[in-house]
Design a protein around this ligand. Structure first.
Ligand SMILES: Cc1cc2nc3c(=O)[nH]c(=O)nc-3n(C[C@H](O)[C@H](O)[C@H](O)COP(=O)(O)OP(=O)(O)OC[C@H]3O[C@@H](n4cnc5c(N)ncnc54)[C@H](O)[C@@H]3O)c2cc1C
Length: 453
């Protein structure tokens, strides 16, 4: 049998698989099946784009978005996970070129031992470069480093009508700004140049400090932002207007010299029954968590993974919320409106539906890297809510009112239900973004916020 050359193999168009049930991280919404293309090579993308129907495609990374921004109900996804090659690295500058399906975890594994780290990282390392750019993700260093997009120097973007478009601050700068935070709608990112950051090693000099009011949190945050590269707080969602929590802050430790052995994470094998998660079990967990950390108020040198990615220590922890899944509510509220923030916390506490993990962070004032970037100056909070049907959705609608009236915004990467009106209020520049959408792209999220489904 004649053998096929590698080049011939590459050029086979990747036919979509039979429809698959793909869920996002929140496992809500449970939408209809989607056909999935699984290209292994970037040069298969032009065929996929050319032959697709208008508005039928959406790139997909590791599905760590919580709601429907990575879903395309009844249409097609392009699973980019096999586009996972590192294409080049300049050891003297830390400039990395890689394909868009490379994960942050891959980058850490390869480059941290060489003394380089991610310039910005979200709370999980299981995110692709394409996903990190398309949601312009933020991390614990937003106050000093801005978002992930601020460290993207150049991208190659496959578009159905223009071929491979090179975007950098000189060439197609507007397309670059549209693609950063562009929710996968401007085309498929083929590769990206990312500026990594020099670090001494895998250790973080960390401190945790208990606090018992929003003002105490703000004082800690303001006092820490000049001295600490990373700041974030955990908040007890049951505590109401005067929330207690633990403030975490840290810097990369100068070479600590201790050998580093990453741990393997245990995995939840199946969705837990819904009765296990109720206001009593969550309250008990929150109280215990607070007491343990408050008692251990201290500084310590800790491994980077427990500092940045505590949730990654249990793989598939999303199954904890049972078969109906969960929603994460992440908003930002301007700091001038602390009362609105207090009201939000109060409504959550009174609802009795608070969650294990409330994450609180003061965003910095870095200008947005993308046209639809979410971070802006203010206080951001992210809280998980088990999906309990109408009750959960009603609570969220009532939180939306506070966010909208206070001039705040909701984060699309976490959203499965915001109204078109709230989207417009959150992203007033969305009309300027529309001309950059690739005519072959669409998503469940986009159709919903455009009122088109
Ligand atoms: C435990 C946990 C903690 C998190 N913490 C944070 C946090 O601290 N800060 C934060 O900002 N976010 C956070 N997130 C959200 C997560 O970082 C984002 O949703 C991220 O975009 C997910 O990337 P992904 O690779 O899974 O992409 P997906 O979720 O699969 O897709 C996300 C978007 O990227 C687009 N996309 C994917 N690949 C490409 C490509 N090649 N070209 C163009 N578009 C593409 C998709 O169309 C979609 O719009 C967290 C998520 C989890 C589960």
């Amino acid at each position: 049998m004649p053998s096929q050359s590698a080049a011939t193999l590459r050029r086979q168009p990747a036919a979509p698989s039979p429809s698959e049930r793909i869920l996002s991280w929140g496992r809500y919404p449970k939408i209809a099946h989607q056909h999935v293309h699984k290209p292994a090579w970037n040069d298969q993308l032009p065929d996929i784009l050319r032959t697709a129907a208008p508005g039928s495609l959406l790139p997909y990374g590791l599905g760590r978005s919580y709601g429907d921004s990575c879903l395309n109900a009844g249409r097609e996804l392009i699973d980019c996970r096999r586009l996972n090659r590192i294409l080049g690295f300049d050891e003297s500058t830390g400039m990395l070129r890689c394909e868009s399906g490379v994960s942050l975890s891959d980058i850490i594994d390869v480059f941290l031992p060489k003394g380089w780290f991610l310039p910005v990282t979200p709370g999980t390392r299981f995110v692709t470069i394409g996903g990190a750019i398309a949601n312009d993700v933020h991390g614990k260093n937003h106050h000093c480093a801005g978002t992930f997009g601020a460290h993207v120097r150049q991208i190659g973007l496959h578009r159905s009508n223009d071929g491979l478009v090179i975007c950098n601050p000189e060439e197609n700068p507007d397309m670059l700004r549209a693609t950063i935070g562009g929710l996968g709608l401007t085309g498929v990112i083929a590769w990206a140049d990312i500026q990594l950051k020099r670090v001494a090693g895998p250790w973080i000099d960390a401190e945790s400090i208990p606090f018992q009011s929003l003002n105490a949190f703000l004082d800690l945050s303001r006092e820490s932002n000049d001295r600490f590269e990373y700041t974030v707080a955990w908040l007890d969602g049951f505590a109401g207007k005067n929330p207690r929590g633990i403030f975490f802050r840290g810097n990369h430790a100068a070479d600590y010299g201790k050998e580093f052995h990453p741990k393997r994470s245990p995995k939840l094998p199946f969705a837990l029954p819904a009765w296990m998660l109720n206001r009593y079990s969550v309250k008990t967990f929150n109280t215990a968590y607070y007491r343990i950390h408050a008692a251990n108020k201290s500084g310590a040198v800790v491994p980077y993974d427990s500092f940045f990615y505590p949730l990654d220590s249990i793989r598939q922890w999303n199954l904890l919320y049972g078969k109906r899944g969960f929603l994460q509510y992440q908003c930002v509220i301007p700091e001038t409106n602390v009362e609105a923030f207090e009201e939000l916390l109060d409504r959550i506490a009174r609802s009795g539906m608070g969650s294990f993990l409330g994450v609180l962070k003061q965003f910095g004032s870095a200008p947005p890297a993308g046209m639809l970037s979410f971070p802006r100056p203010g206080l951001t909070i992210a809280l998980d809510f088990a999906m309990r049907g109408e009750r959960t959705l009603k609570l969220m609608q009532s939180l939306d009112e506070i966010v909208q009236q206070s001039g705040g915004a909701l984060y699309p990467a976490k959203d499965a239900r915001m109204s078109p009106a709230l989207f417009e209020a959150s992203f007033p520049r969305w009309r300027g973004f529309v001309p950059y959408i690739d005519p072959k792209m669409s998503s469940s999220f986009w159709r919903r916020v455009m009122g088109a489904q």
